[in-house]
Write a protein that binds this ligand. Structure first.
Ligand SMILES: NC(=O)c1ccc[n+]([C@@H]2O[C@H](COP(=O)([O-])OP(=O)(O)OC[C@H]3O[C@@H](n4cnc5c(N)ncnc54)[C@H](OP(=O)(O)O)[C@@H]3O)[C@@H](O)[C@H]2O)c1
Length: 252
């Protein structure tokens, strides 16, 4: 349990779900971790779970100004960073006719513009070598109900793995993505769905997954450890799909 010993990691949107589990497993592997989120109470809960192994920073992933603030916070605290996980996301899913331009801008700000400017602001702090992991979604690969705008924002984020890998390779910064399938988190209840609706949705999803099984936050965290660690130094510009074979393997 020391695959990330001595490394300093920032995980955005890590007060719950996938981000929280990535933070938990990074700490278990020896990393010092900073986490962001918008809710102070969520951040305080993280602090009480991890104590001195974690720094908390209230931050809106969709605000360019906030990305500057986190960079200067980490400069003061660590003066370096080895691992960045861009996990925070706006997961709004609506029918095309229901989107407003403001909602669309907010989605793109959180899922694409914010991560891009966070990386820009952190450039002076990245060690050589270091690893950037962008969290995408199966929704960028397979169209489904109300997913057009969200899927497009995640496709844009995954495209950054190519261009940024090219631009940053000379600094020893690797950029890769993880594309989760259906992972059990609070994400659906955060979208305002009732428990019985979520249960029904999960059953429907399960029937469409080749291995008939939903994913866990640990499935994503294990992949993140690999991409964050020096075990993956030859893995650059890739998107690792962790989705039970969705869209790749026939469903019985
Ligand atoms: N769960 C799935 O099935 C699934 C599938 C594919 C992809 N994903 C992707 O996986 C990632 C995590 O999803 P999840 O299901 O774990 O979600 P979740 O349980 O709802 O957690 C989202 C986290 O992000 C934070 N967050 C949201 N908006 C933020 C913002 N603007 N600035 C800073 N923090 C913000 C939330 O905290 P605050 O509310 O305090 O800000 C929370 O800590 C997302 O990128 C999502 O698109 C999830």
């Amino acid at each position: 349990m020391s695959r990330l010993n001595g490394k300093y990691a920032l995980v955005t949107g890590a007060t719950s779900g996938i981000g929280l589990e990535i933070a938990r497993q990074f700490i278990a592997e020896g990393a010092k971790v900073a986490v962001t989120g918008r809710s102070l109470s969520g951040l305080e809960k993280v602090k009480s779970e991890f104590g001195n192994s974690v720094l908390i920073f209230q931050n809106d992933a969709g605000s360019v100004d906030d990305q500057k603030k986190i960079s200067s916070f980490l400069k003061d605290e660590w003066n370096r960073i080895d691992i960045l996980v861009c996990n925070a996301a706006n997961t709004t899913q609506l029918a095309v006719e229901d989107w407003t331009p403001e909602q669309f801008d907010s989605l793109i700000a959180t899922n694409l513009k914010g991560p891009f400017f966070l990386i820009k602001e952190l450039l002076p702090l990245f060690s050589n070598p270091s690893s950037i992991i962008l969290i995408g979604s199966v929704s960028s690969i397979i169209g489904h109900r109300h997913s057009a705008a969200y899927g497009a924002s995640k496709a844009g984020l995954m495209a950054l793995t190519n261009g940024l890998s090219y631009e940053l390779k000379g600094r020893g910064i690797r950029v890769n993505g993880i594309s989760p399938g259906v992972i059990v988190t609070n994400g659906l209840s955060a979208m305002g769905l009732a428990a019985d609706v979520i249960e029904k949705l999960y059953e429907e999803f399960k029937s469409q997954i080749p291995i008939k099984k939903l994913g866990s936050t640990a499935d994503i965290a294990k992949a993140a450890i690999y991409l964050a660690s020096d075990e993956s130094t030859y893995t650059i510009g890739q998107v690792l799909r962790i989705d039970g074979g969705l869209g790749k393997v026939a469903v019985d």
